[in-house]
Ligand binder design. Structure first.
Ligand code: URA
Ligand code: CA
Length: 430
């Protein structure tokens, strides 16, 4: 086989065989296929697309290009959840103990990553003493004992994806549905999930800006899952404003605790229930959506989910008393209010601008090695549809300095007001 022939084949819109796709990934990871040929091939994929079979073959070739976690020593169906990114998304912190309380084993490996705030692992490190690095064996034991453990990624998962993503980033080939779908699914499969629930975000703060592309991406990922024997379900949810009120690391931990207590923001609570239902059903712990919802609602009202959260924090060395005394979480020195410049209703809150404001305060990493401040961030007080008066507080900045000019500016840019009450965008789109 020669790479040039496979580039030509894809360029002409023909379908590659599994062996041909395997050849490309193997060759690329071994440096036998140079970046320029890989770029040309990915550009051909960008224009000509891939069939569902080709996308599944690409996913498996990438998943098998590095370490693959074996979770077979954990009893039950392991369901993983993936969100395609958003602002202020704390769902994993809530879902992990919530579905564990319903009997679903959660063996989660999370990343730190770049973004507006840290990843799940960073957020958990806001809990004093919490450890995220565990040997594989202890990780598995914790899940068997407590039904839940969340650890940092230690393995070399899907290195082919990493190498390809680096190239896509500089060759204008990121935005291709088969390339995105296989990239996301390869990492979930390498991490050992039996079943996968996807939260595909759509809106200003999301990767997918419109419903059609979100639907296409969700469909492509579900199809991959089906073809490779991993039960997969997807939800398309709105990210045209941040999720919940808090954006920041410790601030989101507190918001997660509130939600586990049944006192969280309505949108965050609802999204967790919807995603949680899918997880419970894929794990075979409920027959219907209604039964799953009842299980999860009971786990919250009975306090069981909160109890599982405490046990999980303690098991990983964390101080579980933060659940009752959230003031023990990292804090920021200054709390500075941002006030509405107008009378009216909140019409829009550009989630990406809010994310940028949090990042400027130090809540997220702009580069891989940047140090983040777990105590800073911002809390919104008014979301879309809220009535506001000029001068009323719309958000509070939590900062370590009182020089917050740029963040304040971003927040004010993010908010748009109207004189009439706007239509409320449904949180769960499909
Ligand atoms: N996230 C990923 O993991 N991969 C992509 O290609 C895009 C977003
Ligand atoms: Ca939030």
């Amino acid at each position: 086989m020669r790479m040039v022939d496979l580039i030509e084949k894809k360029r002409d819109g023909l379908v590659l065989t599994d062996e041909e796709i395997q050849f490309i990934i193997d060759g690329y990871i071994k440096d036998e296929i140079p970046d320029y040929q890989m770029s040309a091939w990915m550009m051909a994929v960008f224009f000509k697309g891939m069939t569902a079979d080709e996308t599944a073959a690409l996913t498996m070739a990438m998943a098998q290009s590095g370490d693959q976690v074996d979770l077979s020593n954990i009893k039950g169906i392991k369901v993983d959840k993936h969100s395609t990114g958003g602002v202020g998304d704390t769902t994993t912190l809530i879902l992990a103990p919530l579905v564990a309380a319903a009997g679903v084993p959660v063996a989660k490996m999370s990343g730190r990553g770049l973004g507006h705030t840290g990843g799940t692992i960073d957020k958990l490190e806001a809990v004093p003493g919490f450890h995220t690095e565990w040997p594989q064996q202890e990780f598995i034991e914790m899940v068997n004992k407590n039904k839940v453990a969340v650890v940092g990624q230690s393995g070399n998962f899907a290195p082919a994806d990493k190498k390809m993503y680096g190239l896509r980033d500089v060759t204008a080939t990121v935005n291709s549905i088969p390339l995105i779908a296989s990239s996301i699914m390869s990492k979930k499969i390498a991490a050992g999930a039996d079943a996968i629930v996807l939260d595909v975000k759509v809106g200003s703060g999301a990767f997918m800006k419109d419903i059609n592309s979100a639907r296409e991406l969700a469909g492509a990922m579900v199809e991959i899952g089906e073809k490779v024997g991993r039960k997969t379900a997807a939800v398309i949810s709105d990210m045209s404003q941040p999720l919940g009120y808090a954006v920041g690391n410790a601030l989101e931990v507190k918001e997660a605790i509130d939600t586990l207590k049944g006192k969280g923001p309505a949108d965050l609570h609802e999204l967790c229930l919807v995603l949680g239902c899918k997880m419970v059903m894929l794990a075979g712990k409920a027959e219907s959506e209604q039964e799953a919802r009842t299980l999860l609602e009971e786990a919250i009202t009975s306090g069981k989910a909160l109890e599982v959260f405490k046990v999980f924090l303690s098991a990983q060395g964390g101080d579980a008393s933060v659940v009752d005394y959230p003031e023990k979480l990292p804090d920021a020195e200054f709390k500075i209010n941002v006030c509405s410049p107008a009378d009216g209703f909140v019409e829009k809150i550009a989630a990406d601008q809010i994310g940028m404001a949090a990042m400027l305060l130090g809540a997220g990493r702009a580069t891989k090695d940047a140090v983040i401040d777990l105590g800073v961030g911002l809390v919104l007080h008014k979301k879309i549809g809220a009535k506001v008066k000029k001068g009323e507080v719309i958000a509070t900045i939590h900062s370590q300095t009182d020089h917050i000019g740029l963040s304040e500016q971003k927040i004010l840019q993010a908010y748009q007001f109207s004189s009439t009450k706007p239509n409320i965008i449904p949180l769960i789109k499909e």
